[in-house]
Design a protein around this ligand. Sequence first.
Ligand code: PGA
Length: 253
Amino acid sequence: MRKKLIAGNWKMNKSLSEAKVLMNEIKSAVSKEVASKVDVVVCPPFISLSAAAEIFVGSGIEFGAQNIHYKDDGAFTGEISASMLRDLGCEYVILGHSERRQYFHETNHLINFKVIKALEKGLTPILCVGETLEQREQGIEVKIVDEQVTMCLKDVCAMDMQRVVIAYEPVWAIGTGKTASPEQADGMHMEIRKSLENLYNATVAGSTRILYGGSMNDKNAKELLGKQNIDGGLIGGAALKADSLLKIIEAGL
Ligand code: PGA
């Protein structure tokens, strides 16, 4: 049985003081009982992670970062390591988001190094994959996503897969208000399970949590989360309001 996971990706939004307000609202909205049934993860910008550690302590809500460097430490100006995040009590990290692929030229190869480092340091990676509109129009979306899954998980063993979460986020659906239909999303999630079965085995394919991301909101969440292969959501815009985040979480109960 795969436990549902709802993760809020705040991207580059909210100052520290604004983040504290929103995190307190989320804490009040999401009861401990709800947080025990669905994994709830908040991923604010780095500067708000230590506030997240203080605010969410004992609430059942976990928090995550949006990126790491793949090295332990050293001369990498502007970067943050996995161990720094673990030291803060951070449990999750979003890796390979399409915005990082597109604007910061992250490749599958680089993302693979980051996945390995996250696992080594005890962080749960939320590995993002997904095709662009052009790739879907060319009919190569399954091939692209299979390639991303295969390359980003290189050298990750079946045992470590117990801690990996995958997020399918079609690039054309992110922040556009255009959601993949529940059938489209479920179909791709099934393809991702096939890739996992090829790479590992049926147990890994059946137990890995696969989230959907891309304009998921309180209106469409129920239908998407009701699909057999959709185990939760990676939510951008709709996670910036405590009440809509709560409705999405409740849709996953
Ligand atoms: P969106 O973003 O919900 O605003 O489309 C999702 C994401 O990029 O993770």
